[in-house]
Design a protein around this ligand. Structure first.
Ligand SMILES: *[C@@H]1O[C@H](CO)[C@@H](O)[C@H](O)[C@H]1NC(C)=O
Ligand SMILES: *[C@@H]1O[C@H](CO)[C@@H](O)[C@H](O)[C@H]1NC(C)=O
Ligand SMILES: *[C@@H]1O[C@H](CO)[C@@H](O)[C@H](O)[C@H]1NC(C)=O
Length: 397
C-alpha cells in the first residue's frame, strides 16, 4: 500500500505539473498520510488549512451583514505552523497580480477582504507572504511552464471561493445570533449555531472586551490547494478565546441592522424608528455611505466621506418639508461647488429629505465622489455627477 501511494504520488506529480491539472483521486487526505507523498499533491507539513474570518467593528470593515476574510493559513496538523517560507516570493504587487490574473477575485476582495487600517494591499501582501508561501502545493516547482506569481493567483482564488461557502453572518443569524449593542450571547450558542452548519467545531475568538471578532474554520485537503477537495475537520491548536457567557456581537457602526435589538430580522431600523412619509427625519444618527451595493464607511463631522474611522453623530432637525443636519463641526449645507460641508461657517443649513432609505437632496438620492477613500484619506461628497456614485443612509442612534 505504501509503495502504491508513493508510485501514484510520482505519477500525480507529473500530472499536477500541468498547471491547474488535478492530482490523483487516490492522493491521501492531508494530515492523514501514512507514508511520504509528493508535496505538490499533498499539503505538507502544513496539511491543516484554516479559513479565518474577521468581524471588525472599530473601525468597521466590509458590509454590515457580512464577516470579512482574514486569511488562508496552513497549520502543521498540530497547532504549530510555518510562516514566511519564501522571501523571494513576498510579492508587493498583489493588486496588479490579481488585476491581471483574477480580476473578479480582486473585485470581491475589495469588499470582503478588508484591512482595518484601510490598507488592503499591504494586508493581502502580509497574508500571502506569511502564510501563502508556506503552502507546499503552491510551490512554483509544482507547475509546468510556471508563470511568475501564478501561485499567488491560485491562493487568493481559493481563499475567496472557500470564504463564499462560509456565510457566518447568515449562519449565526439563522440561530437568532445577530449584532446588538445590548444583547449578549453564550459561547455554546455561537458554537452550536456554527457547528450545525459547518459540520465541525469552529474556533470562536473574542478580543479582551469579550467582543466576538474572529472565526476559524478548519480543513484537511485531499490534493492541492489549487484544485483539491477541502474537507471540514475539527480544530487543532489553541481553543476559543471567548468567555463562556456575556459575549458581545457588536453591530458595525453605520449598520442599518444594528439598531434592531429584537431578534426578528424583518424589523429594520428605518421602519422601526423613523417616519419616512413626508421625508423628515429627526433626532441623532449616523450617515452611512453605500456604494456598489454595500456599505463602505460613513460621513464624518466635516461632511466628508471616510471608510476607516468612527462615524460622526448628526442631529436631524425638522425644517420645512424636510430636515437640516448638524454635526459637531456645525451646520451642514451643499456649497456653491456642490460639496457637502458641515462647518461653523455655514449659516444657512440645507434642507434635505429622506425617501425611507436614502438621504435626498433636491429630490435625488444620488451623491458622488472622485474616488472611494482608503486609509486616512477623506473624500468630498458632491451632489454633481462624478466618478463614484453613492447613496447616504440614515441610522438612528
Ligand atoms: C506524509 O507526507 C509528507 C510529505 O511527503 C511527509 O513529510 C510525512 O512524513 C508523511 N507522513 C507520514 C506519517 O508518513
Ligand atoms: C509582480 O511582481 C513580480 C516580482 O515580484 C513580477 O514578477 C510580476 O511580473 C509582477 N506582476 C505584475 C502583474 O505586475
Ligand atoms: C428621493 O430621490 C429619489 C430618486 O433619487 C426619488 O425617486 C424620490 O422621490 C425622492 N424622495 C424624496 C422624498 O425626495
Amino acid at each position: 500500500m505504501a509503495a502504491r501511494y508513493l508510485f501514484l504520488g510520482v505519477a500525480a506529480a507529473r500530472c499536477a505539473t500541468a498547471g491547474s491539472a488535478a492530482c490523483s483521486a487516490d492522493a491521501p487526505l492531508s494530515c492523514h498520510n501514512t507514508t511520504s507523498y509528493d508535496t505538490c499533491c499533498l499539503n505538507a507539513p502544513g496539511g491543516h488549512l484554516l479559513l479565518t474570518q474577521f468581524w471588525d467593528t472599530n473601525p468597521a470593515t466590509g458590509p454590515s451583514d457580512s464577516w470579512t476574510v482574514h486569511g488562508l493559513w496552513p497549520d502543521n496538523c498540530d497547532g504549530t505552523y510555518e510562516s514566511n517560507c519564501d522571501a523571494s516570493r513576498a510579492y508587493t504587487n498583489i493588486t496588479q497580480i490579481l488585476q491581471a490574473g483574477a480580476p473578479s477575485t480582486l473585485q470581491y476582495m475589495q469588499t470582503y477582504w478588508k484591512d482595518y487600517h484601510g490598507n488592503d494591499e499591504s494586508f493581502w501582501e502580509h497574508e500571502w507572504s506569511k502564510h501563502g508561501t508556506c503552502i507546499s502545493t503552491l510551490e512554483p516547482s509544482c507547475y509546468t511552464n510556471y508563470q511568475a506569481t501564478q501561485e499567488a493567483v491560485d491562493f487568493f482564488n481559493r481563499a475567496v471561493s472557500l470564504f463564499k461557502t462560509l456565510p457566518s453572518y447568515s449562519w449565526l443569524s439563522a440561530a437568532g445570533i445577530v449584532p446588538s449593542s445590548t444583547t449578549t450571547y453564550t459561547l455554546s450558542a455561537i458554537q452550536s449555531a456554527l457547528t450545525a452548519q459547518f459540520g465541525y467545531a469552529v474556533t470562536v475568538n473574542c478580543n479582551s472586551n469579550k467582543e466576538l471578532d474572529e472565526l476559524w474554520y478548519h480543513y484537511n485537503v485531499q490534493g492541492s490547494v489549487q484544485s483539491g477537495t477541502f474537507q471540514p475537520t475539527t480544530p487543532v491548536g489553541s481553543g476559543s478565546t471567548c468567555p463562556s457567557t456575556g459575549i458581545k456581537y457588536l453591530p458595525k457602526p453605520g449598520s442599518v441592522t444594528s439598531a434592531s435589538t429584537t431578534l426578528t430580522p424583518a424589523t429594520t431600523l428605518t421602519t422601526a424608528t423613523s417616519t419616512p412619509t413626508g421625508g423628515a427625519l429627526s433626532g441623532k444618527g449616523y450617515l452611512n455611505v453605500v456604494t456598489s451595493g454595500s456599505q463602505k464607511g460613513c460621513i464624518i463631522g466635516a461632511g466628508t466621506w471616510y471608510t476607516t474611522g468612527t462615524c460622526a453623530t448628526f442631529t436631524a432637525t425638522p425644517s420645512g418639508s424636510g430636515f437640516t443636519l448638524t454635526s459637531s463641526k456645525g451646520k451642514c449645507a451643499i456649497s456653491s461647488s456642490n460639496a457637502l460641508t458641515c462647518s461653523s461657517s455655514v449659516t444657512a443649513a440645507t434642507v434635505f429629505t429622506y425617501d425611507g432609505t436614502n438621504l435626498n437632496y433636491s429630490g435625488s438620492s444620488s451623491f458622488y465622489a472622485t474616488s472611494v477613500p482608503t486609509g486616512s484619506t477623506q473624500a468630498t461628497v458632491y451632489t454633481a455627477s462624478n466618478t463614484v456614485s453613492l447613496k447616504i443612509t440614515w441610522q438612528a442612534i
